[in-house]
Design a binder for this molecule. Structure first.
Ligand code: GCU
Length: 596
């Protein structure tokens, strides 16, 4: 091995780690809405910033920062200056966006860097050729959140969305500059397995060489348990000029601590590649050693059948919109843990990295959902090539971002699509191919509201259903709702006896403070009773392996006769005050074991 590069392995000290350059661009940006879409035509990105531009905070959507922007959908411009460190000259520099809803076009110093479509997955552009190092630079971002029948998710306006949550706009997640040397680690993929008491960690490290010449490198893979190195691999390798190569290695962690809800133990992998005079790059990723499988109608975590008890959530909070800060997330995770919850679905789009970091730390079992909600109603052709291309790309971006997370146990590729239509099979097939191509290790599903009419249930590993008997149908009649739920589940199980079932949505709107005896719709009592009724049926079915209450908290929606400014199916209010159901949910969840 070492010979390849004639490199003396012992040279690099154990602790050595190369720090990437990072410049966070959070803060106040200049901002201007552009309802007539003049900006691009008039090249605003080449002009000095006129004084009359507003100021807006990034990251956060524009909508609740000023009532002038609350219902604005269309094009808007962001701009700010930043200093590019002189010692970044000669390095790779990427301008990275964690989430911009919906379409973004980016210029730096009048250079057009590129565009991206999709509000909930990260993207980046190479910027080093546009930057002035050791000087101030200016970035312009044109954001357009116009909904159409072909956006994902689709719609026709702020109050004509094909989905049931508020359509925020803007740069709503972190934005930063990242610099690396010209030989860098472009990606690191982990797959874990269990071999007796040991953990098996398979690593694919992708090394890219843009130095313009062949390089003798040293690759160091280290697994840390806290500060202690528990597995290590060092080797010399040659990286050809202008090459990208993937190095695949297996490391064994002796007496591994398995990741699970009751003990979400995290390890850290550090991949380092060093070359030349003390040049190099390091990436670190936290991971857990665990296995997830679907077998004989069960979801097995580390070989044990699990039961998912939790919520469908949303990233939604007053003023901050979709940007849940660390403090809000800490509050939510504390509340979910206290309730005895062990799981949630990222309904209906991939949540922020910070959101899922906490899920890894708290040991929550997460169904990662793609932003592919609302593919029904006005969408003419589900297997439209344009829609397929977008669905595949967003699925790829989401899977690539979260593939190393222990908490992510399954991918939900759609929420409530028109899956009673034959043509949906073609779309599902494409999305499934993409998900499996990027990560063959996790089961896939979608949340169906078509139940017995559904034409695509044979295509999933796990069956997920949203039910609203007792709310949208059988209104106020929980007995009938209970019977119908039980019958429908039995019939679905009969059709697919080998597939485990999760009830991914059930719930009722409750206006905080409205109390009725006897319980009636919209009252807190009715919500609590409906949840208990459903839980009783869910727990009575051996083949049902999970239940997610819709929803963890009230959330903002568009204007419509069926909504009172919010969807109020939360068991907490929008500001996280408990409704009556919270007590009931705690009882139900804490008396439901995680292992079944
Ligand atoms: C649907 C949908 C949710 C929606 C919920 C509701 O099933 O998936 O997005 O909010 O029902 O109507 O409350």
């Amino acid at each position: 091995m070492g010979k390849e590069a004639g490199f003396k392995v012992a040279e690099m000290s154990v602790e050595e780690r190369f720090e990437r350059g990072l410049l966070n661009l959070s803060g106040f940006w200049s901002f201007k809405i552009d309802p007539e879409r003049r900006g691009e035509r008039e090249k605003w990105f080449e002009q000095d910033l006129p004084a009359n531009w507003d100021r807006i905070y990034v990251p956060s959507p524009w909508n609740e920062q000023d009532s002038a922007y609350t219902w604005y959908m269309g094009t808007a411009w962001y701009s700010r200056d930043f200093y590019a460190p002189a010692d970044w000259r000669g390095r790779i520099v990427a301008l990275c966006f964690e989430g911009v809803n919906y379409r973004a076009k980016v210029w730096v110093n009048n250079f057009y860097l590129g565009e991206h479509e999709g509000g909930f997955t990260p993207f980046s552009f190479r910027a080093e050729n546009a930057l002035r190092f050791g000087e101030d630079n200016r970035v312009f971002v044109m954001v357009d959140n116009t909904l159409t029948k072909k956006t994902i998710p689709p719609g026709e306006g702020m109050n004509r969305t094909y989905f049931d949550f508020f359509h925020y706009g803007g740069i709503h997640r972190e934005t930063y500059l990242l610099s690396t040397p010209r030989l860098y680690i472009d990606d690191a993929t982990l797959r874990t397995d269990i071999d007796g008491v040991n953990g098996v960690v398979d690593i694919d490290a992708q090394i890219v060489n843009e130095t313009g010449s062949k390089q003798s490198c040293k690759l160091v893979l280290k697994i840390f348990d806290g500060n202690k190195v528990v597995a290590e691999e060092r080797e010399a390798l040659v990286s050809e000029a202008s090459s990208s190569r993937t190095v695949s290695r297996r490391l064994i962690v002796k007496n591994a601590k398995l990741w699970c809800p009751e003990n979400p133990h995290l390890y850290k992998l550090r991949v380092t590649v060093a070359y030349g005079e003390n040049e190099g790059d390091s990436v670190e990723t936290r991971f857990g050693i665990r296995t997830i499988k679907v077998e004989n109608g069960r979801i097995l975590l580390n070989g044990r059948p699990v039961f998912l008890k939790g919520f469908g959530r949303h990233e939604d909070f007053p003023i901050l919109g979709k940007t849940l800060t660390g403090a809000i997330l800490r509050k939510d995770f504390g509340l979910m843990r206290e309730l005895g919850c062990n799981s949630f679905r990222t309904s209906h789009y991939p949540y922020s990295r910070m959101h899922l970091d906490l899920a890894d730390e708290y040991g929550f079992l997460v169904i990662l959902e793609m932003p592919t909600v609302g593919l029904w109603q006005g969408v003419e052709k589900l297997d439209d090539p344009e829609i397929i291309e977008k669905v595949r790309r967003m699925t790829r971006e989401a899977v690539q971002r979260d593939k190393n997370r222990p908490s992510v146990i399954m991918y939900s590729l759609f929420n409530e699509p028109d899956s009673q239509k034959e043509e949906f099979r073609a779309l599902f097939k494409e999305a499934a191919e993409e998900a499996r191509k990027n990560d063959p290790t996790r089961p896939i599903t979608f949340a169906s509201c078509r139940h017995l009419e559904d034409k695509a249930l044979d295509m999933v590993d796990v069956l997920c259903f949203n039910f609203y008997y007792g709310w949208y149908t059988l209104c106020g009649d929980l007995e009938a709702a209970s019977r119908t739920l039980s019958d429908t589940l039995d019939k679905l199980h009969e059709k697919h006896p080998d597939k485990p079932i999760i009830v991914t949505e059930f719930g009722a709107d409750a206006i905080a403070g409205v109390h009725r005896d006897p319980p009636e719709m919209w009252s807190e009592e009715y919500q609590a009773e409906l949840i208990e009724t459903y839980w009783r049926v869910i727990r009575s079915k051996k083949y049902v392996v999970g239940g997610h209450i819709w929803n963890f908290a009230d959330f903002r929606v568009g204007q419509s006769p069926g909504r009172t400014t919010l969807n109020r199916k939360g068991v907490f209010t929008r500001t996280r005050n408990p409704k009556l159901s919270v007590k009931k949910v705690r009882e139900l969840f804490t008396s439901t074991p995680t292992y079944c």
